[in-house]
Design a protein. Structure first.
Length: 274
């Protein structure tokens, strides 16, 4: 079993490197704190984890906290502790020497997810549930720019953004509000062409990949990757089928442009075109 998992890793890294050398001319670029701002550091087991939202990141942070001795079990750690507790250090918090030392000696990993599924998962989480950041900041701007005859109430609260409107915002060169890590490209979040990741895991094979990674770094035997869904746990996870239902609301041209938008992620991580 380990043998086939090693083989999978070799293959994923090969595709990633080949895509980089084919499309990116920046292989000589200097790594700046900006490039490593999404990378979490676990010094005890010497792990660097690049956070990709909606691809198991809450549970990965829990695992890092347990490895670091900050908690005895992943079950004990609340969502808010994970995301707002600032228990984990980020790589951009170190000086130049500290950053390079860790990049050169720690095990660097990231976990990714099929781009459209990741996008729909982010949309459902941020716009279909009450949210006191995404509704006023993104929702208001999206509704006022893309909805004809929006009600006063919708403009005031920013609630009720439709998927189609969200996609209009995403594909708009002159977006009324900036990008957000929940729907940005993995390519931009983790700079895989600048940082040579040792391990590329996929959300679709999370359990197997995660536990293989824990085996590789020599984590305690009793630590396994948590299976629970972190938010809106009574709601079905975003699946291929659910994703298709959302994308059915778009025009063929919007679907194509959405694919073009995430083209590098599709290519680099070997996901087939939906």
């Amino acid at each position: 079993k380990w043998k086939s998992l090693y083989q999978t890793q070799r293959e994923r890294k090969r595709i990633m490197r080949e895509t980089c050398s084919k499309y990116k001319s920046n292989n000589r670029r200097i790594i700046t704190p900006y490039h490593v701002s999404r990378i979490f550091v676990e010094d005890k087991y010497r792990v660097l984890y690049c956070e990709v939202p909606k691809a198991g990141c809450s549970n990965w942070k829990r695992v890092l906290m347990v490895l670091n001795g900050l908690a005895s079990s992943t079950k004990d750690i609340q969502h808010n502790t994970v995301h707002y507790g600032n228990y984990l250090k980020r790589l951009d918090g170190f000086d130049h020497k500290g950053i390079y030392h860790r990049l050169n000696t720690y095990t660097k990993m990231l976990f990714i997810r099929e781009p459209f599924e990741k996008l729909v998962s982010a949309f459902r989480d941020k716009f279909e549930h009450p949210n006191n950041y995404y509704h006023p900041v993104f929702g208001k701007a999206i509704i006022s720019r893309y909805r004809v005859n929006a009600t006063k109430e919708a403009l005031r609260t920013g609630s009720g953004v439709k998927f189609k409107e969200f996609i209009q915002y995403l594909l708009d060169v002159h977006r009324p509000v900036g990008m957000d890590i929940h729907w940005d490209h993995v390519n931009r979040l983790c700079s895989p062409c600048l940082i040579d990741y040792d391990f590329v895991g996929k959300f679709e094979s999370m359990e197997e990949d995660a536990n293989f990674f824990l085996h590789l770094i020599g984590a305690p035997q009793n630590l396994t990757f948590p299976k629970f869904k972190d938010r809106h746990s009574n709601e079905e996870r975003t699946t291929t089928k659910i994703t298709q239902q959302y994308f059915a609301e778009l025009s063929p041209s919007q679907r194509q442009r959405s694919y073009d938008f995430y083209y590098m992620d599709y290519l680099m991580f070997n996901y087939s075109k939906p």
